[in-house]
Design a protein around this ligand. Structure first.
Ligand code: FE
Length: 355
């Protein structure tokens, strides 16, 4: 825009000055408006896009904050934040497993935040005591079994799977997987290191095959009769039940869920969660986004989309999740313990030869 103002005398010059002031005020105001609408939060997410998108849409609807998502595997994203250091664009790390969040905190990737909203919305055992990370959805790692070969009354606890009655009947994924490391970490907390090692040794000696593949691979082995029981995260069965693929829905009919340790410590649970990164440039927006994810509105979406459990019992679970039995007794061990015991768990797996 070009403005030509001809001035012939002093009065006109003063008009010109006033006009210039008005114009500069107008330009600064529009700049402020632009920066408000460019308000953003950058999320590095190990959660799948289809899961996150409805939540992002809902958040953007309610707030004038744009959410930019970069998706990737948990380990890759954490490495990236580390490498990017102070220059990272990441404001929020969204990831799975308390063990991963604990590691991110230990590696100095996270910023401590203080939010009374989050402290009220999220039960204490599902978040870091120091305000470094917050659990946003619950998953339970349970026993899944072939009902043609196993009666529910034969099942009881994780500990029982070390019993020789299960010889050659168990398949489970490798110990390099964080889900199994966190499960063993919880057993270390609940039973002590020696008992946990005995347990791992016993379960390993009952394997029907070497650990290979993910949870769904093991569930498929149960369906195919290659083993009778496995330990897997509940939402994988939820995905099968609601799958568009015929074979997955058929598989789902041939496998059942058993929540172990209902008379004792409760079934092992873990979380997906969020944290603000240490070098976040949009900390206020990052906190707002995490607070939104913990709200009733987001919790309802979360629970339905991935067949996970909400962080508060007042939020309804999906009908599929409900069909497995709800509520069940959860192990309410502080999830920080999973991270603290991770090294010990990895060493035990190594010693007993659980690949
Ligand atoms: Fe998973």
């Amino acid at each position: 825009m070009i403005i030509i103002i001809k001035t012939s005398n002093r009065q006109e010059r003063s008009y010109r000055n006033i006009l210039i002031i008005i114009l500069s005020v107008f330009i600064s105001l529009s700049l402020i408006a632009t920066s408000v609408s460019a308000d953003e939060v950058n999320v590095y997410s190990a959660r799948k896009g289809y899961l996150l998108q409805p939540l992002v849409d809902a958040f953007q609807n309610d707030n004038n904050i744009k959410v930019n998502v970069i998706s990737g595997k948990a380990k890759v994203l954490q490495k990236r934040i580390k490498q990017e250091g102070k220059n990272t664009r990441a404001d929020v790390l969204l990831t799975v497993d308390a063990g991963n969040l604990y590691k991110a905190k230990k590696d100095g990737l996270l910023k401590r935040i203080s939010s009374s909203k989050l402290n009220n919305l999220i039960p204490r055992y599902l978040r870091d005591d120091g305000g470094y990370w917050y659990g946003l959805s619950i998953r339970s790692r349970v026993i899944m079994y072939n009902p043609e070969k196993v009666k529910a009354s034969d099942l009881s606890t994780y500990e029982d799977l070390a019993n020789e009655k299960w010889e050659n009947r168990i398949c489970i994924r490798s110990s390099s997987n964080i889900y199994n490391q966190s499960l063993l970490a919880s057993i270390i907390s609940n039973l002590g290191e020696n008992n946990a090692e005995e347990w791992a040794r016993g379960v390993k000696s009952n394997f029907s095959k070497d650990p290979k593949g993910n949870d769904r691979t093991q569930m498929t082995s149960v369906v195919m009769g290659e083993c009778d029981v496995t330990i897997a995260n509940t939402y994988y069965l939820g995905k099968w039940i609601s799958s568009e693929q015929d074979n997955e829905r058929k598989y789902a009919e041939k496998i059942s869920v058993f929540f172990p340790n209902q008379q004792t410590s409760g079934a092992h649970i873990n979380i997906s969660g969020a944290a603000v990164t240490k070098y976040s440039k949009n900390t206020g927006n990052a906190i707002k986004f995490i607070e939104f994810l913990a709200s009733d509105e987001a919790q309802k979406l979360y629970a339905q989309a991935n067949h996970e459990y909400p962080i508060r019992d007042s939020i309804p679970v999906s009908s599929i999740v409900e069909s497995w039995g709800y509520p069940f007794k959860k192990d309410t061990l502080n999830l920080d313990e999973l991270g603290k015991n991770n090294r010990k768990a990895v060493m035990i797996f190594d010693r007993v030869g659980w690949k």
